[in-house]
Design a protein around this ligand. Structure first.
Ligand SMILES: [Fe+2]
Ligand SMILES: [Fe+2]
Length: 163
């Protein structure tokens, strides 16, 4: 029995992101019901998937000139840092931390997709940005140092100003 579930209200009318977002939620659902011996491996899959997910959005933001003052990329980095810290904690025996993080991660994602990702998709669609022309697979990884910052976020929880 899982408490997490996909919500069609998360659909952004952007096929690539909608697929990636659905996959992300499916991984969270899978992790929620995973036995202890599988949880860390699943967490690693979540990290790998999230690296691709955030990396694609980051490249689109840079290529499309999306709101240079935005903190979207900064928030991506913070969440990935938290996910990676979870690996360290779990490897030290604290699997419960990962289980505790799952509902927070789902809650964060729900708000992030409806706000920051929705704003990005709106920008891409209204500017006519061709996501298929963007060489996503060949593009170099985005360094945060080259990305906008200064969003004032203090964490990935739902209570901060960045969602
Ligand atoms: Fe996203
Ligand atoms: Fe995002």
């Amino acid at each position: 029995m899982t408490t997490l579930q996909w919500d069609d209200a998360l659909l952004l009318d952007q096929p690539e992101l909608d697929t990636i977002h659905r996959e992300f939620v499916d991984l969270l659902i899978e992790a929620e019901s995973a036995p202890d011996e599988q949880l860390l491996a699943l967490w690693q899959r979540i990290i790998t998937h999230t690296e691709g997910h955030f990396g694609l959005e980051d490249r689109w933001m840079l290529a499309a000139g999306f709101a240079p003052e935005n903190c979207h990329m900064h928030q991506h980095k913070m969440v990935l840092d938290i996910l990676r810290e979870g690996v360290s904690q779990a490897a030290a025996g604290n699997l419960q931390l990962l289980r505790d993080m799952l509902p927070d991660l789902a809650k964060w994602f729900d708000y992030h997709a409806r706000t920051m990702d929705a704003a990005l998709v709106y920008h891409l669609q209204t500017t006519g940005f061709d996501v298929h022309a963007e060489p996503s697979a060949a593009a170099p990884a985005v360094a945060l140092a080259a990305a906008p910052s200064g969003c004032g976020c203090s964490g990935a929880g739902s209570s901060n100003a960045c969602g």
